[in-house]
Write a protein that binds this ligand. Structure first.
Ligand SMILES: *Cc1c(COP(=O)(O)O)cnc(C)c1O
Length: 395
């Protein structure tokens, strides 16, 4: 479908781009010159600033990825073979794979079509005597119904996968500040705070925090930075558990310190882009993304539209059309029950997850990031309207 908007001399608009400025670059260079490449003073500073941002006496433990953080949180909760952990099927594979790292079994639940988030009633139905944890995912940065999930979970600990949820609020409270056992953020290159690879575990449970700190660095009782600071001889350390290698580097923390400073400004820009999309797409045959309830904040990490049955093209053709017009898009998510490993290991089928299976066939994520210019936003809108508008769309 060639059109004016599809001319090839236009710059490609990628699906995602990090918003890295001169402050981040200067801080990284300073670390390089200082000689602290791995966990050191910048990581400590980033942790302190992150804990302060979340507030409420939270402790923050910097790690090498959200995947590592989820693994550490579950390990600290004592998840072991024979245990079950409830996860949404509509998520990235990391949410479930960490359960397998510990030899436990994920139990998958369907989504609520009005939010794309895990359904509390599905969680209630999935609980068995072996359930040891529930991992909600705040899809796109829209907070889950945490009160509903807490009611369903009862005394079973909740570990929030907050990879999309910075900053995002539920009932006026920042995600990370709720009563969950732990909340894990991602600083992967495409996320709302981007350091390349990194993550943060947030908890108000001091013992859980201590266990995560130890296990992120080989089960050693203090990390390298402390070792060179404390009064004990620098060469001395004790291994108290078979830990992992999940510490954050000071190079990543250098980025994180400055990304965190502008986290609200970047969110405001994404919210503005989302509002422009909402207005422009109102009359098109698509379902717009669900919003937070009044008073709550959506992080707008993702802007996920769903193609309606009366759209001129299906989801796959829409994605091809956008690519022809120089706009990158993505699909969040291919539900876990559709991936060969999870499907075969747990005998899963589409019929078990009718809402996630139906959503999968219609979802497309559009570019939404603070580096987008107004001209970029206009081009995305023009491309979408060009593909989906016309006689039916303009009615
Ligand atoms: C990105 C993502 C992760 C993994 O984050 P990493 O920091 O790359 O490990 C986990 N869960 C969800 C929902 C994600 O989108």
């Amino acid at each position: 479908m060639p059109s004016a908007a599809g001319t090839s001399d236009l710059r490609h608009i990628p699906f995602a781009l990090p918003d890295v400025g001169e402050d981040e670059i200067t801080e990284v260079v300073e670390s390089l010159r200082s000689g602290w490449l791995t966990t050191g003073p910048k990581t400590k500073r980033f942790e302190a600033q992150f804990a302060e941002f979340i507030g409420g006496g939270a402790e923050a433990i910097a790690v090498s990825s959200a995947t590592a953080g989820l693994h550490l949180a579950l390990e600290a909760l004592g998840i072991a073979p024979g245990d079950e952990v409830i996860v949404p099927t509509f998520t990235f594979t990391a949410t479930a794979e960490v359960v397998r790292y510990l030899g436990a079994d994920p139990v998958f639940v369907d989504l609520d079509p009005s939010t794309l988030n895990m359904s509390p009633s599905a969680v209630a139905r999935a609980i068995t005597p072996r359930t040891r944890a529930v991992i909600p995912v705040h899809i796109a940065g829209l907070a889950c119904d945490m009160a509903g999930l807490a009611a369903a979970a009862g005394s079973i600990p909740i570990v929030e996968d907050a990879a999309h949820a910075l900053p995002c609020t539920h009932a006026g409270q920042l995600i990370g500040g709720l009563a969950s056992a732990a909340t894990v953020f991602s600083f992967y290159a495409t996320k709302t705070v981007a350091v390349g690879e990194g993550g943060m575990v947030v908890t108000r449970d001091h013992r859980l925090a201590e266990r995560c700190r130890r296990m992120r660095l080989h089960g050693i009782d203090r990390d390298a930075f402390d070792r060179y600071r404390s009064d004990r001889p620098a060469w001395f350390y004790e291994v108290v558990a078979p830990g992992y290698k999940y510490n954050m580097t000071d190079l990543a923390a250098s980025l994180g310190i400055h990304q965190l400073r502008k986290v609200r400004a970047m969110q405001a820009r994404r919210a503005e882009i989302g509002a422009r999309y909402d207005r422009a797409f109102r009359d098109l045959p698509i379902e717009l993304p669900p919003h937070s309830v009044a008073g709550d904040e959506h992080s707008w990490h993702l802007y996920i539209i769903r193609m309606r049955p009366d759209a001129r093209v299906d989801r796959d053709a829409f994605i091809t059309g956008m690519a022809d017009r120089g706009v990158g898009t993505s699909v969040h998510f291919i539900p876990l029950h559709m991936h060969p490993y999870w499907r075969d290991a747990y005998a899963l089928s589409d019929e078990l997850f009718p809402n996630a299976s139906a959503a999968y066939r219609t979802v497309v994520s559009l570019p939404i990031y603070s580096k987008m210019t107004d001209a970029d936003v206009c081009r995305v809108i023009a491309a979408v309207v060009d593909i989906l508008g016309g006689e039916r769309g303009s009615a």
